[in-house]
Design a binder for this molecule. Structure first.
Ligand code: C6P
Length: 415
């Protein structure tokens, strides 16, 4: 049987997609690699690898500085990548896309620029109990700097946000609501459009952490009506070290710079500096040029497959894996929200998640075991850690079978 097993919708070009990812063809510990750690980072298609190599071979130079041919070519490709990200998020204008290192840097940028300029003693930032540490700690830092405080909307035992409780916490002191679009620890897809509507009804801006959402579903910042949207390229089949912050243009214009250096200035004297326009005001120093170009290649690649096809394929994998997980003795799913992305987080009786992760590696199966940078979620479910299998565009039902069979064997021996 080919990788495109019988159950996959026949239109989905699974074999062709798998052939695009050189890393998938290898053996790990004498077994074919089963890569189920996509929520941590995805593998890269040759279209992205070749774009990076090609760019370095022919077009590389620093950007926005040099009038020579390579400088102009590199600048054009970097700015074309910004336009690709604009199209990808359906932002109104390319100036609303700030290139950053990833989601973490995007949220820190908002906290240190928008936050320090707009927060004061007694103000509140509202987040949820399922946030990744990068949507908690930057706010704690800015709260310490400004005297603002962090409020947290609770989740239920399925790992769903309790929307009425979030609504109750939006009050006269709330200055920003910052919420994960899709949880990395639970898979929960949050009702972000409703959350934005609730906050906007009180004139409060909303940041969405899209790190996990963008690889799985089309995102339209105009339809969502959010004010900030953050994502990382490396979870989107693109390079590391690149990601983007979308922010409404009027917000970016009003926000002060957060890092000083080259490129973000208009004029500099020892007495005074004037700043460049957004997005350049927020891109101090030489940026990740080739990585931005590689990110655009990844977006083009995904758009070539089509979001509907990707969503259908991953939904099928999640449903299949969830059903088969029921066969594993002592397995407890952590995160059973009605609306979920392709993440299966679980514990099993009597085998620590870290040991399970190590045993699975002996079967050639790569999963993540740990707290997933969501310690408050682990505390809520009273587990030290979970094992997380996260699926991507190239995973197959056969790989789910290998995971389930390996779990059964491990539990028989060690459980
Ligand atoms: N989650 C995971 O294994 P960076 O590291 O900046 O690219 O992304 C941070 C981040 C922010 N929000 C969410 C919801 C995330 O899932 C992540 C990264 C990885 O789950 C690494 S901890």
């Amino acid at each position: 049987m080919t990788a495109a097993a019988a159950h996959t919708p026949s239109a989905y070009p699974l074999d062709r997609i798998r052939a695009d990812f050189p890393a998938l063809a290898q053996q790990v510990r004498g077994k074919p690699l089963v890569y189920l750690d996509n929520a941590a980072s995805t593998q890269k298609p040759r279209q992205v690898i070749d774009t990076l190599a090609d760019f370095y071979r022919h077009d590389f130079a620093n950007i926005h500085r040099s009038v020579h041919t390579l400088g102009e070519r590199a600048t054009a490709r970097y700015e074309a990548a910004r336009e690709t990200v604009r199209r990808f998020l359906n932002a109104r204008r390319a100036e609303e896309i700030v290139f950053v290192r990833g989601t973490t840097e995007a949220i820190n940028l908002v906290a240190q620029s928008w936050g320090r300029a707009n927060l004061k003693e007694g103000d509140e930032i509202l987040i949820t109990a399922m946030e990744h540490h990068s949507n908690i700690v930057p706010w704690q830092l800015v709260c310490r700097q400004t005297g603002a405080r962090l409020r947290v909307a609770p989740i239920d035992t399925h790992g769903e946000l309790i929307l009425e409780e979030l609504a109750k916490r939006i009050g006269p002191r709330t200055r920003l609501v910052s919420v994960v679009h899709m949880s990395n620890a639970l898979g929960t897809l949050n009702p972000v459009k409703e959350i934005v509507a609730l906050a906007h009804a009180r004139g409060i801006p909303v940041l969405l952490d899209g790190a996990q959402a963008v690889p799985h579903l089309p995102v339209d910042v105009q339809a969502l009506d959010c004010d900030f949207y953050a994502f990382s390229g490396h979870k989107l089949y693109g390079p590391t070290g690149i990601g983007a912050l979308y922010a409404r243009h009027e917000l970016l214009e009003a926000m002060p710079p957060w890092q000083g250096g080259g490129e973000m200035i208009r004029t500099v004297t020892f007495e005074e500096t004037t700043y460049n326009d957004p997005p350049f005001k927020f891109e101090a120093g030489t940026p990740a040029i080739a990585e931005a170009v590689g990110l655009a290649a990844a977006i083009d690649y995904l758009e070539g497959i089509g979001w509907e096809a990707i969503a259908a394929h991953e939904h099928d994998l999640l449903e299949y894996a969830t059903a088969r997980a029921g066969e594993v003795p002592g397995l407890r799913l952590i995160g059973t929200a009605r609306e979920k992305g392709a993440i299966l987080s679980f514990t099993v009786d009597r085998v620590h998640p870290h040991d399970l992760g190590t045993f699975l590696d002996h079967y050639g199966i790569a999963v993540r075991a740990g707290h997933h940078c969501t310690m408050p979620v682990m505390d809520f479910f009273q587990v030290p850690a979970t094992v997380r299998a996260s699926f991507g565009i190239y995973n197959t039902r056969q790989e789910v079978d290998l995971l389930i069979d390996a779990l059964k064997e491990i539990i028989e021996v060690f459980g």
